[in-house]
Design a protein around this ligand. Structure first.
Ligand code: C5P
Length: 438
């Protein structure tokens, strides 16, 4: 069990980071391109702006990518750094790392260094605090930035975290501050129910282009497919929640997803898209589509980006839904894993997440996407299996064995390897998973 003092220690470290910022007029911020990284970037950017600091924000796919800086600058790494001690150790400038990935190895900083990571204070960074949450605590050491809790929630949802520990404190703070509202119901997008259900990927309901099944789903639940999700009565929402739960159980979805998506949903009152779940998916798809600036614009409160972001999300979702239907049959069985190798697919990570959570939850899944001569790996498993198998470690060891890099979280990790090493890499991943699951 963690005590309050653990969180106080984390806040103290965030305070040290804020005081280091105090020495600079300009800060270089580098963040990850997923929903948690973009949210962390938006929180830190707002807080710096309010503190009258100049900054430049860069989105990276990870620390495998190179980045530029000047020696007299302060660099803030968001949602990355803890798992790449060699890269951080090589930076010849003052550094702050605000991350929640499992720290691996010792960081030997060349200059001033502050490392804020929940794992260092006894919290589980996979479930209890994301990078956007760490950024939120840091922002509140720079000034009163409690209104940014709504953005932190986007990162929390994006990384499929739980509303426990420090995350719960952020949620409470947002509700008290009047920027987050909790409502009962199902976490689905706003829009016409028929469209919302058929196009949902989080949760994935497997109703895309299955019109007869969708109609029978609606009929059994006594729901009007033309009705707007946001206009459902309490009774209708209740029936929808029951029908979604039943469908997920029948599909063989991991039981843990049900408690994440059924029960309560959140309204973000100070952001241009108020449905928290929908905003998270939109931010995620903008990131995956390389339009991080559009997602950032929305999180910064600019309504003019909404139309473009919704369009990007529509296109991205369609690609993923088509790809899921097509690739389901191509998933192969290893001894202790399942795997899928794709060429030029839209995203390995969304596919891996959906397969693991909704369709094949009994073994870890590894999805590899080969694009532009590089192989990008996404590995996922369920929380239950992650008590025995640590995918962060598996990815790190197997990738390094074939000359690549990997890391992440126990439950969701990734790697970058060379395409000609895929077979050797997969064999090693399978071997490591078997050893951990034995
Ligand atoms: O890209 P994907 O969403 O599959 O990544 C899952 C997790 O693994 C992320 O938290 C990411 O930061 C981490 N990762 C990593 N090193 C890599 C690739 C991914 O630490 N080379």
């Amino acid at each position: 069990m963690n005590s309050d003092s653990d969180l106080n220690l984390l806040k103290e470290s965030a305070r040290k980071a804020a005081s280091l910022v105090g020495r600079y007029d300009f800060v270089r911020v580098l963040t990850h391109y997923d929903a948690d990284g973009i949210s962390a970037g938006a929180i830190v950017a707002s807080a710096l702006l309010r503190a009258n600091k100049g900054f430049q924000l860069t989105f990276l796919k990870g620390l495998n990518e190179s980045f530029e800086y000047e020696r007299d600058e302060l660099l803030i790494f968001l949602d990355m750094g803890s798992g790449y001690p060699d890269v951080i150790s090589s930076v010849e400038a003052d550094v702050i790392v605000l991350d929640h990935h499992l720290p691996t190895g010792k960081i030997n900083a060349k200059k001033e260094f502050v490392h804020v990571n929940p794992h260092l204070y006894g919290f589980d960074g996979t479930y209890e605090l994301s990078a956007s949450g760490v950024a939120y605590f840091f922002a509140n050491e720079l000034g009163n930035n409690r209104d940014l809790s709504s953005i932190a929630l986007v990162g929390i949802i994006g990384d499929k975290q739980k509303l426990l520990g420090p995350n719960e404190e952020i949620l409470k703070s947002g509700i008290e501050w009047g920027v987050i509202e909790e409502k009962p119901g199902v976490c689905l997008h706003s829009g016409k129910l028929r469209d919302v259900l058929s196009r949902s990927i989080e949760p994935y309901l497997d109703l895309y282009k299955k019109d007869d099944e969708l109609e029978s789903f609606l009929k059994k639940a006594k729901l009007d497919g033309e009705k707007e999700f946001d206009d459902l009565s309490i009774d209708e929402m209740h029936r929808l929640a029951n029908a979604v739960t039943l469908r997920l159980l029948k599909m063989g979805a991991y039981e843990g997803v049900i408690e994440q998506i059924i029960g309560r949903r959140f309204i973000l009152k100070n952001l241009p898209i108020v449905n928290a779940h929908m905003l998270t998916d939109i931010v995620n798809s903008c990131g995956r589509a390389g339009a991080m600036g559009v997602a950032f614009g929305i999180l910064a409160g600019d309504k003019s980006f909404v139309e473009k972001a919704v369009r990007i999300n529509y296109e991205y979702t369609t690609e993923i839904l088509e790809e899921l239907a097509k690739r389901k049959r191509e998933v192969k069985e290893g001894f202790c894993i399942r795997y899928l190798v794709m060429n030029d697919a839209p995203s390995a990570s969304s596919m891996a997440t959906t397969f693991s959570r909704y369709l094949m939850s009994d073994k870890p899944i590894v999805v590899i996407n080969v694009k532009n001569g590089k192989a990008k790996v996404s590995a996922r498993t369920t929380e239950k299996l992650s008590r025995r198998v640590n995918l962060a470690e598996v990815m790190k060891i197997a990738a390094e064995k074939v000359g690549g890099r990997g890391g992440g979280h126990r439950v969701a990790a990734g790697a970058n390897i060379s395409p000609d090493k895929i077979d050797e890499f997969l064999k090693e991943v399978d071997r490591l998973c078997c050893a951990m699951l034995a």
